[in-house]
Design a binder for this molecule. Sequence first.
Ligand code: NAD
Length: 506
Amino acid sequence: MDLTSFTDGAQYIAGKLTGGTGSESFDVVNPADGSTVERVRLASTADVDAAVAAAAAALPDWSRATPGSRSEALLRLSAILADRAEDFARVETAQTGKPIKLSTEFDVPGTIDNTAFFAGAARNLEGKAAGEYSGDHTSYVRREPIGVVGSISPWNYPLQMAAWKILPAIAAGNTIVLKPAELTPLTSLMFARACTEAGIPDGVVNVVTGAGRSAGEHLVSHPGVSMVSFTGSTPVGKRVAELATATVKRTHLELGGKAPFVVFEDADLDAAVHGAVAGSLINSGQDCTAATRAYVQRPLYEAFVAGVAELFAAVRLGDPLNPRTDLGPLVSFTHRDRVAGFVERARGYGARVVTGGAAPEVGHDGTDLTRGAYYRPTLITDVAQDSEVVQGEIFGPVLVVLPFDSDDEGMRLANDTPYGLAASAWTRDIQRSLRATREIAAGCVWINDHIPIISEMPHGGYKSSGFGKDMSQYSLDEYTQVKHVMYDITAVARKDWHRTVFGDRA
Ligand code: NAD
């Protein structure tokens, strides 16, 4: 099957691509040059209803399938993804503008590994041991699927986000309706089609391509949906939580980030400088865990700023399909302008833009970058901790660097935003690093690195970055509910505890 053809439509319902019944069209645009990759028809609320109905119809059989058979299907899926890796990487780059080396070496292999991980995890549901905790009963827990999951994903890592939502949900025996971001639906649709090719029954995985306000809100409020898992910005997450709470749904929210990058005076400066460049520019900074605020202890501050500025200026912007390109465009022209707006306002309140702060014109490979949504790697200093560039999620290739003096001050500044998704600390001192891992309030703290993730370990936020974990066994647990089953083992008719309600001791 050619997974990359969307001529039949952009709704994947009950194992088939269909055009749906919506009347609005949307152009998926390649932000590298403004060309249309695909024109899709957006989902109507009736399409969402059809997808939820398909997921509900598939639920009884899928939830009762053995863990072994679900696992086998996921193993087949991982082989299909590996087989089509090039197609996935190419389409991911076309719809997002991310460099092909990132799609090829990070997004796609990460997704394949996640799939293989959840194939194993499907067979490893955990719980307390059965036992006679009351003395008179045997208790055990059943870990059961929740039902139909409604998921909503963002545009920054469309394939990986689809995988992070779909895989734990179906490994645990749920069925799912995923609504990807309207800007980037294509690899989510390909992933769903690959699920069918792997033998996952029709209706287990459905994708509706629609707008947030209509299809998204309809999905989140749908009475047929039992759990909502959302990845996206904090403001939209709040709205999703409101809607999901009104209908008492299990809610899982992976929201925004503003990761600190704390460099202590004893750090390996070269490692910290290179780590800051890679950690802040990954995916053009459109990464919820990207390093956005570097706090550098005073003795290293000047050298760190100079080192990062030098490397930022050497980053190769260009055609994302060129394997030597380091940095592609941002996801859209609107988003590029939003990022540029943060930098312009920062200039207005006295920030020093050390390097960048403008759209480039020509790429390292001669590409005309004015046709795309490009923005130069931008380094900002001399701003207050409470300024917008330090507090707000810019989601672009922009790093702010500020100095600090005492260790306590560094930790305090690191924690001083509403977010708490990820952070890193750079030091060669073991006690310092252990204190940093304890003090920093974030769902992930790296020591002497920033960005790596792995299937076996959880990803998720503290504070306004949300709650719930993606990847790992922890995420599988999130997509299950625990039922306590209690058996009387005494066969005594008049039980001793009854007297607390009526009568006397037997
Ligand atoms: P967004 O919040 O604008 O959109 C996310 C999704 O929500 C999209 O599918 C969108 O269509 C949908 N949506 C929008 N309005 C909605 C509504 N009213 N009801 C229901 N759905 C609605 O986010 P984005 O711009 O696509 O992605 C960037 C954001 O995602 C950043 O804030 C980033 O930090 C966050 N993110 C977080 C993680 C994480 O793991 N915590 C991972 C990736 C991205």
